[in-house]
Design a protein around this ligand. Sequence first.
Ligand SMILES: [Zn+2]
Length: 124
Amino acid sequence: MRSLGNTEGVMVTSMTGKKARVNPAPAEVKFRLLVAEWAKKIGATPARVRFQLMAKKWASCSNSGQITFSTALFAKPRKFQEAVIVHELVHLLVPNHGKLFKSMFLSFIPGGDSFLNDKKQKAA
Ligand SMILES: [Zn+2]
């Protein structure tokens, strides 16, 4: 497993190819790096990743491939964050919660289904 990298600042490349050093909150940087790791593993890259406080969900995925994560995830253990991340990334490949979705999700996060569904909030 590679390092999560420098959390003091991160080089980003915009859609137009412009590079800039930005300094978002360290928790968000760490989370984005985790999303990038899993996106590579799964072979599904979100069009955009955003964060906002969400009352009833941990995350959601739009038809355009944008994933929104609840900022409440920053306080959760890494295993839980990964289960939510993988749930949403698999949705980029399989939009529903059918058999294919479940088997793909569980191949990356064994046992993750029951543990996500135990929680009050759900990954949509
Ligand atoms: Zn879902």
